[in-house]
Ligand binder design. Structure first.
Ligand SMILES: [Fe+2]
Ligand SMILES: [Fe+2]
Length: 261
């Protein structure tokens, strides 16, 4: 660290707290706090927003490292060879996707569509922007092409009504994005291309089961989909993230979302 630059850029508050400390060790503590804050600011990274889990352990107060590599103490440790189910239990935000898959099941959708509903928003564990594409890419090596295609295209289809099957533009989006929001042209093009595809309805079904899957009073356990996952998801024996697949790094990024490098 460039000491002169650091001291020149010290905030007024930090400088005052260092100067105001009565003892030498008090000054040292204040300086350390200021350095930590400066490092955090310098290296701030976008963090995945959906790796939330309940019952987070408190960070060890003696651990002064500013950055973590590998096991983030705020997240539960994952097994060495994690399964898809482990990701649902230890990383993904699940209730919306499990509710959506349950609706698909109740409405008699195929197993592939149920699985697609169960996975349609897991891309949010990596990135909100274009999350349908992220999720599709993540799972493509392990599922039938229909599943990945349907997940990918829900990104665009959810913005465009299909009144023939009773899908309207979600009122939620008016609340979220405003009445004047117009989806970007690439989404319109994707929708138009998808409309005539043989898997169109598989993706459209995702959007139909998506809209009604936000019940705050309903908990749907992912375990009810164990058999469907078993039949339709090729679980690698080395564990997701460690099988050398083209998307292994994406699974690892969900295991260790806060690794500095
Ligand atoms: Fe989505
Ligand atoms: Fe969704």
């Amino acid at each position: 660290m460039d000491r002169r630059k650091f001291l020149n850029n010290l905030s007024v508050t930090a400088a005052a707290s260092i100067a105001g400390a009565a003892t030498l060790s008090g000054k040292a503590d204040a300086l350390e706090d200021a350095m930590e804050a400066s490092l955090e600011e310098q290296y701030r990274r976008a963090k995945p927003g959906h790796c939330f889990v309940d019952g987070r352990p408190p960070r060890d107060p003696d651990d002064k490292r500013p950055f973590y590599q590998h096991n983030e103490p705020l997240l539960p440790k994952m097994p060495e060879a994690p399964t898809l189910m482990d990701f649902y239990k230890l990383r993904f935000s699940t209730n919306h996707v499990t509710q959506s898959a349950r609706l698909a099941m109740k409405n008699g959708s195929s197993e592939r569509v149920i699985l697609a509903c169960l996975m349609h928003d897991i891309g949010l564990s990596i990135m909100g922007t274009d999350h349908g594409y992220w999720a599709a890419q993540l799972v493509r090596p392990y599922v039938h092409e229909e599943v990945a295609w349907a997940i990918e295209k829900h990104q665009a289809l959810r913005f465009f009504p299909d009144l023939e099957v009773g899908y309207e533009y979600p009122t939620r989006y008016i609340e979220y994005f405003g009445e004047d929001y117009v989806p970007e042209p690439y989404l319109k093009k994707e929708h138009d291309r998808a409309k005539n595809h043989k898997y169109y309805m598989s993706s459209r079904e995702i959007t139909m089961h998506d809209v009604y899957a936000f019940d705050p009073d309903l908990q749907v356990d992912v375990e009810i989909f164990t058999d469907i996952i078993g039949r339709n998801f090729k679980q690698p024996k080395e564990g997701l993230g460690f099988d050398g697949s083209p998307t292994a790094h994406m699974w690892r990024s969900i295991i260790w979302p806060n690794n500095f490098l």
